[in-house]
Write a protein that binds this ligand. Structure first.
Ligand code: SF4
Length: 327
């Protein structure tokens, strides 16, 4: 037995590129967007695991695959040692209660025609956990726990009548009401005002302890992960480039891409002068990504071998994994 809540093995998600009729006839091969391309990692029970990278790196697709919202092309996902990637839709339904998501945009993820209390408690009825009267009690209770008070008044409001911070608390309450074990938080503070970001993060960490939660924290913001994650994986074009404890990755980044990303993280010292190592050029297309190391067209340390051979993700010590020929 392991201490893993989630184990992902050789996970792939390819999307076929849709083409017009003539284009399909003329094309010699089918193109795929390689959103996630053979990645493996584990999330231990009770930890906050960060998945970071620029837009298009595959981090959100990975979250959706774990939640069963998207079918994998290949690979396995284990939840508490049970292979959930091969479950039927009805078998998967019971696992859905154990895994919930907090979306990036709370406004878009709440039904504008539903009262906030009904949105929060809707999943209780879907999963036939309680009746309408019991639902109200559970909704008021979870609203109080996430600081959405006075709960009896706010549960009667519609999403547009709440502030941005209150809406974010509402989607957190909705994710927690089924008492899940895993929360996939997809850029949970990206849409929040700067003034409420710290409050929301603190709330999430308090709730983690109170409800014994495990988080998959998806973000492009490395400044945030530093303060809340236990371990982190850096993704680029569907691949994991570096993975390890927050301390190891931040104090001793080994992959040139991680080094570049970290150089752009602000430091709370007005006198500090740091060189921003912005990778050159644009992120290449995930359709036919560059051969060898996918970062080679942008890498400041590129060598001959880099365009020919893909580096493997290997342990450089203390489970600090890096995929680079330089390591
Ligand atoms: Fe740069 Fe080569 Fe390392 Fe890729 S393998 S990150 S191109 S040095």
């Amino acid at each position: 037995m392991t201490n893993n809540l989630i184990e992902v093995k050789n996970l792939k998600k390819y999307y076929q590129v849709q083409k017009g009729f003539v284009e399909t006839l003329l094309a010699r091969k089918i193109d795929f967007i390689k959103a996630v391309d053979k990645i493996s990692f584990n999330i231990r029970k009770g930890e906050v695991f960060g998945l970071a990278g620029e837009s298009g790196s595959g981090k959100t697709t990975t979250g959706r695959l774990i939640l069963g919202l998207t079918e994998p092309t290949e690979g396995k996902i284990f939840f508490d040692n049970i292979d959930i990637s091969s479950l039927s839709p009805s078998e998967m339904r019971s696992f859905r209660k154990k895994m919930q998501i907090i979306f990036q945009d709370p406004y878009a993820s709440l039904n504008p025609r539903m009262k906030v209390g009904d949105s929060i408690g809707h999943s209780l009825l879907i999963h036939k956990i309680c009746n309408e009267a019991e639902k109200r009690e559970l909704v008021l209770d979870i609203m109080t726990k996430v600081g959405l008070t006075p709960s009896k008044i706010l549960c009667e409001k519609y999403p547009h009548q709440l502030s941005g911070g209150q809406r974010q608390r509402a989607v957190i309450a909705r994710a927690l009401i089924l008492q899940p074990e895993l929360i996939v938080a997809d850029e949970p503070i990206a849409m929040a005002d700067v003034s409420v970001r710290a409050t929301i993060l603190k709330l999430m960490m308090d709730l983690k302890n109170e409800f014994n939660l495990t988080y998959l924290f998806i973000t492009h913001d490395l400044a945030t992960t530093k303060y809340i994650c236990d371990r982190i994986a850096i993704m680029y074009l569907g691949k994991i480039f570096e993975m390890g404890t927050i301390y190891d990755v931040y104090s001793n980044p080994k992959h040139p891409y991680t080094i570049a990303l970290l150089s752009a993280v602000p430091v709370p010292d007005p006198k500090a002068r740091r060189k921003h190592l912005i990778p050159r050029g644009e992120i290449p297309s995930p359709i036919n990504p560059p051969p060898g190391c996918r970062f080679h067209p942008r890498c400041p340390k590129v060598m001959d071998i880099c365009s020919k051979k893909e580096p493997e993700l290997i342990d450089t010590g203390n489970k600090h994994l890096v995929a680079c020929h330089l390591k």
